[in-house]
Design a protein around this ligand. Structure first.
Ligand code: NAI
Length: 308
């Protein structure tokens, strides 16, 4: 067990005053990490602020013999949160972008305010905290970033166009951080949890909430934060005692050697969407380019225009 400790590591957990973030902060601290417990102390929809949520978690950590410091800034002021880590502990090794709010409403009723508020906390906040921590991680040649998405951020959900958009954006953000951080031993992964919290109470039944404690999610997060974590750029979906990895799949597709018109698309649509034989699990942004170029190169008459 000793080898899974996080002694001497400094972790920032955003939105750590409640729910899952609190569980992450407590667990990382129990493994020896020094934790910046960030929390604005807002409601589930983002209104209000209070220092008491972060203070209570810092208190719990200290009572248990751990080390922690509170920070009450909004994640959109990420540089201040990172500064708290630097001022208090002199470094930052781990960032968990967990702070979150909901402004659920059907799309036709969604105001720009609903969109903007969710953008600010989930996406801009993750950018600001990570951007401020990044140079410190590069200098140290070590970093672990865990972004918190949501299963609905992977698959979509009615009434959450704002939240789903930002959560999905965090997946793309993570994939790119993993690429750019590789040389400096900075690893970035993204986690879609299912767990009981004041937020999930608004969307889950009491039976679901009972079956989904936050503690197992915290353990997996700690694994991703550890120096022995083998993974970067991973998308994980988990809850209860279930942990899984998610990836994108691309069908083999159809090469229309002589271009195509709408009728051709209609005739081959089933084939275009067929994930059977020849489908792939691409991991690189330009990996489809070869397929896209192939038809052009192979045209015997030299023509490249589609019929359309
Ligand atoms: P929660 O509402 O219990 O905790 C969120 C915390 O974030 C609160 O303490 C709040 O004060 C803080 N916060 C909000 N805005 C902030 C800001 N601007 N700056 C700093 N702190 C801020 O919610 P929960 O369920 O613990 O969610 C944590 C994360 O996990 C969120 O990103 C959420 O979207 C995500 N998530 C949770 C799921 C669940 O099953 N509970 C499912 C999927 C994703």
């Amino acid at each position: 067990m000793a080898s899974w400790r996080l002694d001497d590591k400094v972790a920032i957990v955003t939105g750590a005053g409640n729910g899952l973030g609190k569980e992450y902060a407590l667990y990382l601290a129990s493994l020896g990490a020094k934790v910046v417990v960030n929390d604005l102390g807002s409601s589930t929809t983002g209104s209000g602020s209070s220092s008491s949520a972060a203070d209570a978690v810092v208190n719990d950590i200290k009572q248990a013999g751990g080390e922690a410091v509170a920070n009450y800034d909004s994640v959109v002021e990420g540089e201040k949160i990172v500064q708290t880590a630097i001022n208090t502990y002199g470094r930052v090794d781990i960032v968990i972008n967990n702070a979150g709010i909901l402004r659920d409403v059907s799309f036709k009723r969604m105001s720009e305010k609903d969109w903007e508020a969710v953008y600010q906390v989930h996406l801009k906040g993750a950018f600001k905290v990570t951007r401020a921590a990044w140079p410190h991680m590069e200098t140290n040649g070590y970093g672990r970033i865990v972004n918190i998405t949501s299963p609905v951020g992977l698959y979509g959900n009615f009434g959450q166009a704002n939240y789903v958009a930002m959560k999905r954006a965090l997946v793309g953000f993570t994939l790119t951080l993993a690429l750019e951080g590789a040389k400096k031993q900075i690893k970035a992964n993204v986690v879609a949890p299912y767990a009981a919290s004041r937020m999930s109470k608004t969307v889950m039944s009491s039976e679901m909430l009972e079956a989904l404690p936050a503690a197992p999610v915290a353990k997996f997060i700690a694994f991703l934060c550890h120096e022995k974590c083998p993974e970067s750029g991973g998308i994980f979906e988990l809850g209860g005692n279930w942990v899984s990895k998610v990836r994108l799949q691309r069908s083999r597709g159809v090469q229309f050697r002589d271009g195509f018109d709408l009728e051709d698309i209609s005739a081959h649509f089933k084939e275009i969407c067929d994930f059977g034989e020849g489908s792939e699990f691409p991991t690189e942004g330009m990996s489809g380019m070869g397929h896209a170029m192939a038809a052009r190169q192979k045209r015997p008459d030299g023509k490249t225009e589609a019929k359309l």
